[in-house]
Design a protein around this ligand. Structure first.
Ligand SMILES: [Zn+2]
Length: 491
């Protein structure tokens, strides 16, 4: 079998006209060459696998082709061919990730002094340039300050912010962007055609989506697909390669969900997902795509009832996909959600009951509403999780404090954390505020509540239990679940 590198190299664009996407970079470089305004240092910045080094090589070729500088390097002369093979003496490629030190840069500084041997320019392509040490950057800076006229630097980086300002200010920066799905599909299709491989476009689209903007990843997936295919790239093959769950399984699963068959959904989940070795997050992603597809169809055929059901599923799994990523027991969380979806009444009914409950209780009791916010725990979880995503420490402090949600306000109480933790929260107020805001809540820092609260809450619990709406809810749910949720909140 041919190695991936070999094929990837063959598919690499060889001329500016062959580059798909990054047109802003191509256009600027082309017009610079046309006008003879070539700078001494360029910085190609952007995510991995979007064609930065390929572009650097094309640029090097444009400058050093025997017909160059030209916007259309011939790709036939000795210079062009050698540059393509990576053996041209005047195009020096260096990987700063493995040559980070001062010695390598000193060597480089020595070599820039000498005129090019075969080409018109000496082109230094330094990949992952942000990895250089501070000393190395300082040494490099001296060359950049007074570069010999025949020297051109092309730096590539995935993290330009880690490059010192002194270096940045001497470079012309180009921001490469992730490939759009359509662009990636176009490239993959082109490769298939050149390789004599048949394909259906949907298959390539799935590949492109999975590569999320990285051409290198897209090519790698395609490479695998070609190796497994018998000359034709089809949707199912791609799904298999990417670890996608079969459509039939998804279809059975959603069918069982709609029927409300707890037993069926649990057994499909266990046998076809967990035991089949699928990653749960991957499964949920496939499921979301599948449901979204069906939802569109139901909407177009005006099957409203079905559409509403699918929409509910979609919302539940979308929310779940976020939560399972960080959860230590994603399968348990998933199963619990399946039970809730199939065995418990629809969410709208619950929301209605909760609203009733909120109203009735606040009417009948002159006590704070915090202890009744049964489903507020969901919002709290979401809030804490979102903060956790952005700042682990602040998130874990929030796990300890008392949080109350009431009338669109999210109130934090210092109970449970020491002064330092509380101070930290106040320090990160902006971050917390942003997250609260994203949930439509206004953040408020409250005062410590007194010890009376515990006895109050016991009375309240009794009172709540006697409330008719609560009774109704408790008959719908396993009452242990409710008490469990309460205990958690009071810890
Ligand atoms: Zn040439």
């Amino acid at each position: 079998m041919r190695g991936y590198q070999v094929i990837a190299r063959r598919w690499r664009p060889k001329k500016f006209s062959e580059v798909v996407g990054q047109s802003h970079v191509v256009n600027t470089l082309v017009s610079a060459i046309k006008q003879g305004k070539i700078a001494h240092s360029y910085l190609f910045s952007g995510p991995r696998g979007v064609g930065k080094t390929s572009m650097a090589r094309i640029f090097a070729k444009a400058l050093n082709c025997v017909k160059g500088p030209t916007v259309e390097p011939c790709c036939e002369c000795e210079n062009c061919i050698e540059i393509e093979k990576g053996i041209f003496v005047d195009v020096i490629e260096m990987d700063a990730a493995s040559n980070r030190g001062i010695d390598e840069i000193r060597e480089l500084r020595e070599s820039v002094k000498y005129a090019p041997t075969k080409g018109k320019y000496k082109v230094y392509i330094i990949d992952e340039v942000h990895m250089l040490t501070e000393q190395a950057f300082n040494a490099l800076l001296k060359t950049l300050e007074e570069p010999p006229s025949h020297v051109i630097f092309i730096f590539a980086t995935t993290e330009y912010r880690r490059i010192p300002q002194t270096i940045l200010s001497r470079c012309i920066r180009f921001d490469f962007r992730p490939l759009a799905e359509d662009e990636a599909v176009k490239i993959l299709a082109n490769i298939c055609e050149r390789e004599g491989i048949k394909y259906d476009e949907e298959a390539l689209r799935i590949l492109a989506k999975a590569a999320s903007g990285s051409l290198r990843d897209a090519e790698m997936y395609l490479e695998q697909a070609i190796a497994f295919s018998d000359g034709r790239i089809e949707k199912n093959l791609i799904r298999e390669i990417l670890g996608f769950v079969e459509e039939e399984v998804l279809s059975h699963f959603v069918q069982a969900l709609s029927e409300g068959s707890t037993e069926k959904v649990l057994s499909i989940f266990k046998d076809k997902v967990v035991n089949a070795g699928y990653d749960i997050y991957g499964f949920v992603s496939c499921l979301l795509e599948f449901i979204s597809d069906r939802l569109k169809r139901a909407a177009f055929t005006e099957d409203k009832e079905k559409a509403i059901k699918l929409y509910t599923f979609f919302k539940v799994f979308l929310d779940l996909s976020e939560r399972i990523k960080r959860h230590p027991f994603p399968d348990m969380l998933f199963e619990a959600e399946l039970i809730r979806l199939t065995a418990l009444p629809p969410l709208e009914d619950i929301a209605y009951l909760i609203k009733q409950l909120d109203f009735k209780v606040s009417e009948s009791l002159q006590s704070p509403k915090e202890d009744i916010g049964l489903l507020n725990t969901d919002i709290k979880d979401k809030f804490v999780n979102r903060v956790m995503e952005r700042d682990r420490i602040v998130g874990s402090i929030l796990n300890e404090v008392k949080i109350k949600i009431e009338d669109g306000k999210l109130i934090l109480y210092p109970n449970g954390v020491g002064g330092i933790g509380w101070e930290k929260l106040k320090e990160k107020k902006d971050l917390i505020n942003e997250v609260a805001d994203s949930l439509g809540l206004t953040l408020i820092f409250g005062e410590e509540t007194g010890n009376k609260r515990n006895s109050n809450s016991i009375d309240l619990r009794e009172a709540v239990r006697e409330n008719p709406v609560v009774n109704r809810i408790m008959s719908l749910f396993d009452s242990a679940v409710i008490l469990d949720a309460r205990r958690r909140r009071e810890q």
